[in-house]
Design a protein around this ligand. Structure first.
Ligand SMILES: Cc1ncc(COP(=O)(O)O)c(C=O)c1O
Length: 323
């Protein structure tokens, strides 16, 4: 790699790694696209950079301006990173269930952090969505709006999708990931299905999220519930979750996810976070329903460094009943 002009040029171009020991014997091959290699250690750097570049181009964000966003942390870190390099102020509204590592990282990048209560309805004025919107209105700040902004999908259509296709030499049958905003699955699906409409897109959803029921029944009957895995699952349906681009949904639970996260580190040396483990747990469940051998690629969105106080803390794991 040649010398980069700034760290933003290091966003994307992440490796795909074959999974050898954390998957059972089966006819299938499993691979992971490992997004912790981005400079802010998550897939969301791609989205933050694209949203800001396009906002600058359209004149929605002026030099020295302020960026505001509601996020479970990673988009905030991506935005704070881009803001630091480009000289913007960054304000992040984040629910209190998110790890202290993410909150401290945001502050370290120079972002202003507003902590909001987790588990309140999206349209409640206390929710992180409402707080970010209100801030934007009051201060004339640019709302990145990752849940509804099509530039989120575009980031994955232009980068993650083509990388997957090229790195796999076109030989992938199934792509598996979780949905928070839906940007990853919608953008990757759009690109891959243009290349080969037979590629199956699988969304992994935590029990407690409304997405699984809404996909299969058009609405949800069970009210949103609590779960510990961060970044995936929703209590409302974002515009960027495009059901027409998803073929299957698989539900996962916290305990199997957090145990799998520990196993992946110990067996593959991959320092990935709980939503990555969730996607692999879901991929293995989906794979059991398929007899023909398939190449299955799972997206690993971020790094375990953001969850040391949780998944790698025995006391926390015991307090949740996971060990
Ligand atoms: C850790 C983690 N995993 C997965 C996702 C889901 O990605 P997307 O918003 O593209 O659906 C996010 C989104 O914030 C995340 O932070």
């Amino acid at each position: 790699m040649k010398v980069l002009n700034n760290i933003l040029e290091a966003v994307g171009h992440t490796p795909i790694v074959k999974l050898n020991k954390c998957v059972p014997n089966s006819p299938h091959n499993f691979y992971a696209k490992v997004e912790m290699f981005n400079p802010g250690s998550s897939v969301k750097d791609r989205v933050a950079l694209k949203i800001i570049e396009l906002a600058e181009k359209r004149g929605d964000l002026k030099p020295g301006g302020t960026i505001v966003e509601a996020t479970s942390g990673n988009t905030g870190i991506g935005l704070a990173l881009v803001a630091a390099v480009k000289g913007y102020k960054c304000v992040i509204a984040i629910p209190d269930k998110m790890s202290s590592e993410k909150i401290n990282t945001l502050k370290a990048y120079g972002a202003e952090v507003i902590i909001t209560p987790a588990g309140v309805e999206a349209d409640d004025p206390r929710s992180h969505y409402s707080v970010a919107k209100e801030y934007s209105k009051k201060h004339g700040a640019f709302l990145a709006n990752q849940f509804n902004n099509p530039d989120n999908i575009q980031a994955h259509y232009e980068t993650t999708g083509p990388e997957l296709w090229e790195q796999m030499d076109g030989k992938l049958d199934v792509f598996v990931g979780g949905a928070g905003t839906g940007g990853t699955l919608s953008g990757v699906s759009k690109y891959l299905k243009e290349k080969n409409p037979n590629i199956q897109i699988v969304c992994v959803d935590p029990v407690g999220s409304i997405l699984y029921e809404t996909f299969y029944h058009g609405k949800h009957f069970t009210p949103p519930g609590k779960y510990e895995v961060e970044g995936i699952g929703e209590d409302m349906l974002p515009e960027n979750v495009q059901f027409n681009r998803i073929d299957h949904f698989v539900q996962i639970e916290d305990k199997e996810t957090f145990l799998k996260c520990r196993e992946i580190l110990k067996t593959e040396g991959l320092f990935i976070g709980p939503s990555s483990a969730a996607s692999l747990v879901g991929a293995l469940k989906y794979a059991k329903t398929v007899t023909e051998p398939k190449n299955i690629v799972v997206l690993f969105p971020d790094s375990s460094s953001k969850y040391l106080s949780k998944v790698h803390n025995d006391e926390w794991m015991k307090s949740k009943g996971f060990i």
